[in-house]
Design a protein. Structure first.
Length: 337
């Protein structure tokens, strides 16, 4: 349920209503907008006496929230959530581009990629150190060694870094190196992992599972939010369909739909969403046109030599061209790069 306070409700009226909600054994989530305050109520499974709340001073009305996600929902938090990542803000006017290799392979490969994506205007560096590979015989990532290289690239370029964490016990280690913790598509419903990143102090990039619905994605975000971490970025990265020409089918409608249902920032991954470098730039442009708050894109200096996902990685000059073309698209939808 949400409690909509009257325009101009006083701080003591808000405090009284919050105290009453807590007395009922429920949790309070305050959202103070410019116009009015909204009090989100997370129930304890028992019916809430909304009429008793509606009689309190300063209350305009109560509205039941029928959707299963609460903290992630726009009803609870009508304004877009924005939060800073190393000086840039995600969820605001600016489109945030995270770019880099699928996997960290070596100092040279990572440094070269970091420099070129930075020069092209990327805001954050991506790179996997713990790789969730379909085959146990594929390259599994450099592990902590890769995280150290990532930290080095961050020191040299000043860019924040995003990298995947695959297990709850890895969260403290990955958090010491990464600015943003990535939850991969295959881990979207690893609830122990969601719980662990929910208790961490780092923003989380939560990727949609390849066979997950929008509601399941938002319920996974709800796990993180309900464990105390409010900095969650949702990521559409394509889902499985019957279409074999693309690696996944990127669900472009997920972007406006997630923005409608939730206040959380939404980013799109056109690399895993398509699986082919030729499709990455057009789909990235479509994502920005559809209202995405950011992109995460695989770039490799020599994709033909990449240890993973070479076929969907952009060469540096193609990434640069993409960044240039995105500026015009961003401006056309009232945003900026
Ligand atoms: C990745 O970002 O390299 C990755 C493995 O993505 P996903 O979890 O979306 O497959
Ligand atoms: Mn990849």
């Amino acid at each position: 349920m949400i409690i909509i306070m009257k325009h101009g409700a006083t701080a003591s009226e808000i405090a009284n209503v919050s105290a009453r909600v807590e007395q009922m054994g429920c949790q309070v989530h305050l959202s103070e907008g410019e116009e009015r305050t909204i009090i989100g109520v997370i129930g304890n499974g028992r019916p809430i006496d909304h009429e008793r709340i509606e009689r309190m001073s300063g209350v305009e009305r109560t509205v039941p929230v029928l959707r299963p996600f609460k903290l992630a929902s726009r009803d609870f938090h009508p304004q877009n959530s924005t939060f800073p990542i190393n000086g840039t803000t995600i969820g605001g006017d600016q489109i945030i581009v995270m770019a880099g290799p699928c996997a960290i392979e070596s100092t040279e490969q990572l440094m070269e990629t970091a420099q070129v994506v930075k020069a092209a205007g990327a805001h954050a560096l991506r790179g996997g150190a713990f790789k969730p590979r379909t085959s146990p015989y594929s390259f599994q990532g450099l592990g902590e060694e890769g995280l150290k290289l990532l930290a080095e690239a961050r020191k040299v370029t000043g860019m924040p870094v995003v990298t995947e964490v695959m297990a709850p016990e890895q969260v403290p280690l990955v958090s010491t190196y990464a600015d943003i913790l990535q939850i991969g598509a295959r881990s979207m419903q690893n609830y122990a992992l969601l719980h662990a990143v929910g208790e961490s102090q780092r923003p989380v990039l939560l990727k949609r599972g390849m066979m997950s619905t929008i509601e399941e994605l938002l319920m996974s975000a709800e796990y993180i939010l309900s464990h105390g971490n409010q900095r969650v970025i949702l990521c559409e990265r394509g889902i499985r369909t019957f279409e074999p020409y693309t690696r996944n089918t990127l669900d472009i409608s997920a972007v406006p739909l997630l923005k409608q249902l939730s206040h959380l920032p939404v980013v799109v991954d056109p690399s895993h969403g398509t699986g082919h470098w030729e499709l990455v730039a057009p789909v990235a442009r479509a994502a920005v046109a559809a209202g995405a708050d950011g992109l995460i894109i695989e770039v490799h200096p020599r994709p033909e030599e990449a240890w993973s996902d070479g076929g969907q990685s952009l060469k540096p000059h193609r990434f640069e061209e993409l960044m240039t073309s995105l500026k015009a698209i961003a401006a056309a939808v009232g945003r900026r790069l």
